[in-house]
Design a protein around this ligand. Structure first.
Ligand code: UD1
Length: 363
């Protein structure tokens, strides 16, 4: 039996871990164990996702919580090193690009435990983003790199990573969507939020958009203008809520057709996104989900580590100052239709399992 630690830390990780957990549980040679670092801890940022995605309670919980980057990464490293020494997993799988991803990869590499990075090779080229630092560090020290798309393979090759370390497995997050498609379609979230036939969805949490008062104020005023054309639903991330209060911007939504909610569960969120006419976001995952669903996505960033959502999909990078005019383009049909990239097919977890089996020498 091979014990495989699956490291889950923050909201976007849970949709990537779940399909792999379910696929590994079915294998007679594998004992998958979920390790939750506690980076996200609010019930609606964490527990609700475990419930929706059919995952058991984490086998191991590090309860690290919030803090500065160094506090969070240091806390995860100290706590996970103890666990890894005691439990001696055969493999560690880290996902995405959050602080816990790089921290656990570092622990595994130094203990000579083989580490796999799922969603490897993505690069924004922007080192002012903490996630970019996490991606670079993680990919440099992992033993196996599971990539979602050809651009990721090319980035790794350009950094001198040997091809033998890379398995292109596709986009695993869409496995979660396909696993839960029935429940997503049946959920009554759109109805209970009173959403009309045409509406838009907003998500914002990047420090570059929400931590600067002038930028956030301009964004809020843009959203209020867009809501004159189409009602918006805006599930508010804890970081963003904190800033909206701190900068006294909540009142700016008074009277506008913008419904602010707490963060939604996965099924609720995908029910709302899948019926929407337009999405405004700065999330990485949402750029992929909208490309998969062919929904116009306006990404409020200067760059993306997921360029295939722009070259092949329905995603476009939009400056805050252009939000209102680009939203009008999308709503009036002046938008690219896009297509689904190769291997974004709901079967990535099976490819991960096959790849791991081969590398673990299971016949
Ligand atoms: C983190 C990830 C980011 C990911 C995002 C998704 C890093 C560097 N960033 O950013 O890549 O896209 O998660 O959400 O790892 N908070 C709560 N409750 C929670 C979690 C956080 O109130 O359950 C508060 C924290 O106290 C903190 C703020 O939200 O003030 C930000 O949390 P943090 O985990 O530091 O970063 P995110 O912005 O969520």
């Amino acid at each position: 039996m091979k014990t495989v630690h699956l490291i889950a830390a923050a909201r976007p990780n849970f949709m990537k871990i779940a399909p792999l957990y379910h696929a590994l549980v079915r294998e007679s040679w594998a004992t998958p164990q979920i390790v939750h670092t506690g980076q996200h801890y609010d019930p609606n940022m964490s527990d609700a996702f475990f419930r929706d995605l059919g995952m058991p309670n984490p086998h191991i919980h590090l309860n690290v919580g919030s803090g500065s980057h160094a506090e969070q990464m240091g806390g995860v490293m100290i706590a996970y090193e103890r666990i890894a020494i005691a439990e001696k997993p055969d493999w560690i799988v880290v996902v995405g690009d959050v602080n816990s991803t790089a921290a656990c990869a570092m622990v595994g590499a130094k203990l000579w435990i083989p580490v796999v990075h799922l969603e490897a090779g993505l690069r924004s080229g922007d080192r002012s983003m903490p996630e970019e630092i996490n991606r670079l560090v993680t990919d440099a020290i992992c033993d196996v790199l599971w990539t979602p798309s050809p651009d990721a393979d090319e980035n790794l090759a350009a950094e001198g990573v040997p091809t033998a370390k890379i398995d292109r497995v596709g986009n695993i997050m869409l496995d979660s969507y396909e696993l839960l498609r029935g429940k997503i379609e049946a959920a009554g979230t759109r109805r209970s939020l009173g959403l009309a036939e045409r509406y838009g969805v907003v998500t914002l949490h990047r420090p570059s958009n929400v931590d600067d008062q002038a930028t956030l104020a301009e964004l809020v005023s843009g959203l209020v203008k867009v809501s004159q054309s189409v009602p918006l639903v805006f599930p508010v991330h804890p970081r963003t809520r904190k800033r909206l209060n701190e900068f006294d911007l909540m009142g700016a939504f008074d009277g506008a057709r913008v419904t602010l909610t707490e963060p939604l569960s996965y099924i609720e969120f995908m029910n709302v996104v899948s019926g929407s006419s337009i999405v405004v976001t700065d999330s990485g995952g949402v750029q992929e989900e909208t490309t998969y669903l062919g929904i116009p996505c306006l990404t409020l960033r200067e760059n993306t580590e997921r360029p295939i959502t722009v070259t092949e999909g329905s995603n476009r990078l939009v400056a805050v100052s252009d939000l209102v005019s680009r939203a009008a383009d999308a709503l009036e049909g002046r938008w690219v239709k896009g297509r689904r990239p190769q291997l974004w097919d709901g079967q990535a977890a099976d490819r991960c399992v096959a790849a791991l089996k081969l590398r673990a020498g299971i016949v």
